[in-house]
Design a protein around this ligand. Structure first.
Ligand code: COI
Length: 353
């Protein structure tokens, strides 16, 4: 299909790079592709960024049939635009689509349109350290109907946002409340899909963490509340006695692209990585015998976010003296180095536009 491009005549001023925060500013254009059950996905187009007009009965508002993705574009020293493993995001988008009974998209074709959008908006990519252009693809059910069933019409959209750090802490450690009441996902549920409901259902637990003066939540499994699953909206890793442990992919945790990259990097450094079920009690025990050396979250938005304190059932466990650990620093440097083109990319993770 041919991509239609309608350019804006009014360009927004670029925000101050120091005041970006996360997801507050949006570029001048967006990408849309419509779906109708009679035609499949059709009419890919880049148009000026503007509000959408939707019927108030559009099913996305009522039953939350929607999925999203997140990836980043960087500009290197030679002004080349770089994407980090975008094929992985396209694959995951379709896994989420399948789980939510949304028709899948052609991954290659869709990615080529996203690249076109990013090329058009390349002047919006911030170049200062720690800053990038966040790419947010998403799909919504647009059919006006209150019957609870998948629909005939959907729209796929991509918006772009110049961003700084996700957490105000940056690469400094965050304190974590181990959530033992609310759960994020249950076996057979939507935990592995990037769908809105997983995030809105987490706000309540996040409020509880803040009430306890902690900045994020550590999620336990939905069945027994014994096993560690995720931290905030990130995957989680622990260094115990020199080896790295992370929860295995089991249907309830999100298959992070940063998670996958971290595992591949650590293994390339000859550090053993165990993907397994991790009991909270085992972490406490490791803490007590002094072998819980480091903990950190991984995600596209924050990249690596060290964990300095775990607050579990009223007891505070400090990790690595509440300092950023060696592995966290090394991973952060390696991943951001590859993403920005500052370091060589031996894995072929980078797409240069
Ligand atoms: C992440 O990149 O860590 C995310 O989960 C995206 C977040 C902005 C919802």
């Amino acid at each position: 299909q041919t991509l239609e491009v309608i350019k804006t005549t009014t360009h927004k001023p670029k925000p101050d790079p120091e005041a970006l925060g996360f997801g507050k500013y949006f570029t001048d254009h967006m990408l849309l592709i419509d779906y109708h059950s009679d035609k499949g996905w059709y009419h890919p187009r880049i148009v000026p960024y503007e509000p959408l007009t939707l019927d108030p009965a559009a099913m996305v508002f009522h039953y939350g049939q929607t999925v999203f993705e997140g990836l980043k574009a960087y500009k290197d020293h030679d002004e080349n635009v770089r994407l980090f493993r975008p094929e992985e995001n396209m694959k995951r988008l379709n896994r989420s689509n399948e789980r939510l009974s949304i028709p899948t998209l052609d991954e290659k074709e869709t990615l080529s349109y996203i690249k076109e959008l990013v090329r058009l908006e390349k002047d919006w990519i911030p170049t200062a350290a720690g800053k990038s252009l966040y790419i947010r693809p998403f799909v919504i059910n647009t059919e006006a109907s209150l019957s609870v069933a998948p629909s005939k019409t959907y729209t796929f959209l991509v918006i772009l946002s110049p961003v700084g750090s996700y957490y105000s802490e940056g690469i400094d450690p965050v304190s974590i409340f181990v959530e033992d009441f609310y759960t994020r996902a249950a076996p057979g549920g939507t935990g592995y899909a990037k769908t809105a409901g997983n995030y809105s259902a987490a706000y309540k637990a996040q409020e509880r963490a803040v009430e306890h003066q902690r900045s994020q939540v550590l999620w336990l499994d939905g069945l027994e509340k014994k096993y560690v699953e995720e931290v905030g909206s990130m995957n989680v890793f622990f260094k115990i006695d020199g080896e790295i442990h992370t929860p295995e992919i089991n249907g309830t945790i999100l298959e992070g692209v940063t998670r996958k990259s971290v595992i591949e990097l650590l293994r390339s450094w000859d550090l053993p990585v165990h993907e397994r079920r991790i009991a909270m009690d085992d972490l406490i025990q490791a803490h007590q015998n002094g072998t819980l050396e480091e903990a950190f979250g991984t995600g596209t938005a924050a990249v690596i976010s060290p964990i300095g304190i775990l607050d579990y059932k009223g007891t505070e466990y400090t990790i690595n003296n509440n300092k950023t650990g060696d592995i966290s620093n090394r991973l952060h440097n390696a991943i951001t180095g590859i993403q920005t083109g500052r370091l060589e990319d031996p894995f072929g993770w980078t797409t240069v536009l």
